[in-house]
Write a protein that binds this ligand. Structure first.
Ligand code: SF4
Length: 653
């Protein structure tokens, strides 16, 4: 892997490397990255999806590596971590900035007010102790509401030259340090902002390593998404209320009420057209926000206090205005040429009433990534899960890369049951950026260490919770494993149903996500061997428990996106309209990624043994089953429940 990364950096080509857990992939990319940075006097950016990996790189891998490589490179390489401005304490806001208005959500309750007061007190104390102002270093953390009082977005920041405490600013210090570093560690969100927004937030760099690259598309999609709600409009109107003529601010507040009324008449779901009265309500919001922005007038440089309030108001107003414009523009092109997907979320669903919100997200981010991320530099993408259906092309297509010109190099033992990839574009584009895929395998002997059990005899999963046969099957497997089970369910409802049923039927403790903080539950699960842990999406990717506490991973159903998921359904429809296989390239790809991530929870060290059991029979029987199975590690596979239960009893000892 190190050689492949060095080659990609040298030739300027892009590289996708799949490297299983325990390969040491961070060392394999950091060594060539550090060498390149020092010999070429350049900066390399390493981007991660999770804070855990960021910490591992900055606290463990980079300190050791820079020490070890210093004699060979002539000096000790420098590294730094850089996040979005919102992640750093803003000293100006802390001491002088305008607090949120008291009508802010949660502040009517006196208990919430005193809890917030205590958190603010802690933040003031912490501000004199911290050397970085980085929110992730504040343990225990504070609520989002409290953090919002002491931080600013890039739009809200006064700018270092105007800010009275600019020389002490934590965000500016982190940026300056990143500017001097050879390697800058950041997250996918900041990488996306740097690439997409048209203004640089990262130091100039010629190589990017995207670790946890299976998360890239989702993270970039969220950065490129926006939403409009009555609450956001009211907050913007309130913020500018004291700075402009009252009538102008009132007009915006009324436009917010109008939007709430129009949204109240709609059910949650995708919008294929912007009909009246919603179109009129969004246009009214756009015009009222524009009037407020005009009324705020230009910045007066001598008035710092006034500038702060103006900047905070302007940031919200611009966001409201720009989102309203985007929503209105989204529907202008013919349906097949639209760039954005719009939907209503919230409202009344599943016994919950949440304020209705209009959301907008890009149909695809491939074009953006291809032009702005892959265009100007060499990109290395890596993860334990990059081949889906046995090929890199599935994810590469989502990144905007053409089909690989050369077949991926595979390590022995890698998934081989390859299906032809679904056609996402209608016509393969062979002129795009050049890239290669390489699977460097894994230290695990999958066939000897793990069994994949496909419960072919089960009924298909139902709409109304888990069928009784699933609960019987689950109980039998958990008994045989002596507990030690991670249950990954496709909905919280199913996780709770299974928890309640098994608590009555087995003697082992069963924890359920939501009983406590997920971190605490995972710790209890790891420390007490027979304990089981059941939950949903965040457990599919976030559990790393080597050893005997985890010997059985059970998944209830293939995790397809919900049929009413607005973005997935729009993406699927767009692929189908272009003559591709929408189901395979959107729904099955989504499911394959999650299945691979879920199955990846089983073997976390080379001594681990166990079973991945999938109760949904469609994995064994449906036509798309082979594509999904080829996305899983190459475990020894069986359909026989008795074989699996005996194996679990043997492992259990
Ligand atoms: S420069 Fe911006 S982020 Fe830094 S202290 Fe000033 S206002 Fe806050």
């Amino acid at each position: 892997m190190a050689e492949a990364v060095a080659r990609a950096i040298r030739t300027g080509e892009h590289l996708a490397v799949q490297a299983g857990t325990g390969t040491g992939k961070s060392l394999a990319y950091l060594v060539p990255a550090l060498r390149h940075a020092l010999t070429e006097d350049a900066t390399v950016v390493v981007s991660t999806a999770t804070i855990a990996l960021q910490r591992q790189l900055v606290d463990r891998d980079l300190p050791r590596l820079t020490e070890a490589l210093a004699p060979m490179l002539g000096r000790k390489p420098r590294f730094a971590i850089l996040k979005g401005r919102r992640n750093y304490l803003c000293l100006h806001r802390l001491h002088e900035g305008a607090p949120e208005e008291p009508a802010e959500k949660g502040l009517f309750d006196p208990r919430a007010v005193s809890a917030l007061g205590r958190q603010m007190q802690r933040l003031h104390e912490w501000s004199s102790e911290t050397g970085t102002g980085d929110r992730d270093e504040l343990v225990p953390g504070v609520s989002e509401l409290a953090w919002r009082q002491v931080s600013v977005t890039a739009r809200e920041c006064l700018g270092v030259s105007r800010c009275p405490v600019g020389t002490d600013c934590f965000a500016e210090r982190a940026r300056a340090e990143a500017g001097r570093a050879d390697v800058v560690v950041t997250n996918h969100a900041l990488l996306a902002i740097d690439a997409l927004e048209g203004y640089p937030v990262l130091p100039e760099h010629d190589v990017v390593v995207v670790d946890e690259a299976h998360e890239l598309v989702d993270r970039v999609t969220s950065v490129a998404s926006a939403e409009l709600s009555a609450a956001a409009i009211t907050a913007a109107a309130r913020r500018c209320g004291r700075l402009v003529d009252e009538q102008i601010a009132d007009r915006l507040a009324e436009a917010g009420d109008g939007l709430a009324l129009a949204l109240g008449e709609l059910s949650p779901g995708r919008l294929d057209e912007l009909a009246q009265p919603l179109a009129g309500a969004v246009a009214a919001v756009r015009d009222a926000a524009h009037a407020c922005i005009t009324a705020l007038g230009p910045e007066r440089r001598e008035d710092v206090e006034g500038s702060t309030a103006r900047k905070l108001a302007l940031a919200l107003l611009e966001e409201v205005h720009d989102t309203a414009v985007r929503l209105l523009t989204a529907f202008k092109p013919p349906e097949s040429e639209r760039f954005d997907v719009v939907w209503v979320s919230g409202g009344i669903s599943q016994d919950q009433v949440r304020p209705a919100t209009l959301k907008v997200a890009p149909l695809t981010v491939g074009g953006l990534l291809r032009e702005r991320l892959f265009g100007p530099r060499s990109v290395v993408l890596t993860s334990a899960t990059l081949t889906l259906g046995g090929t890199f092309d599935t994810l590469a297509r989502q990144w905007g890369l053409p089909p690989s010109p050369v077949p991926a190099r595979s390590a022995p033992g890698a998934a081989t049951e390859k299906e032809p990839p679904a056609d996402d574009t209608g016509s393969p584009d062979v002129d795009g950026p050049r890239w290669t895929g390489q699977d460097v395998g894994s230290p695990f002997e999958y066939r000897r260490s793990g069994i994949l059990y496909l419960a072919r005899h089960m009924p298909p999963p139902g709409r109304d919770g888990l069928p009784p046969q699933y609960l019987d099957e689950l109980a039998g497997l958990v008994e045989a494993a002596g507990g030690r089970t991670l249950g990954l369910f496709s909905s919280m409802r199913a996780a709770k149903q299974a928890t309640e049923a098994l608590r009555e039927r087995i003697d082992f403790p069963v924890l359920c996500q939501g009983d406590d903080s997920t971190a605490l539950l995972v710790r209890q699960f790891a420390e007490d061997t027979p304990t089981c842990l059941f939950g949903t999406l965040s457990l599919w990717q976030g559990v790393d428990v080597p050893g005997p506490s985890l010997q059985l991973v059970v998944m209830d159903r293939i995790p397809f996106p919900r049929p009413d998921d607005p973005l997935a359904s729009a993406r699927q429809r767009a692929v189908t309209a272009r003559g591709g296989n929408g189901f395979l390239s959107v729904a099955a790809t989504h499911a394959a990624l999650l299945l691979a991530q879920g199955a990846g929870r089983l073997l976390r060290s080379t001594d681990d043994r166990g079973v991945v059991a999938i109760l949904d029979p469609r994995l064994a029987t449906a036509r798309y089953g082979s594509f999904l199975r080829a996305s899983l590690p190459p475990f020894w596979t069986t359909h026989d429940p008795e074989v699996v239960r005996s194996a679990l009893r043997r492992i259990n000892g």
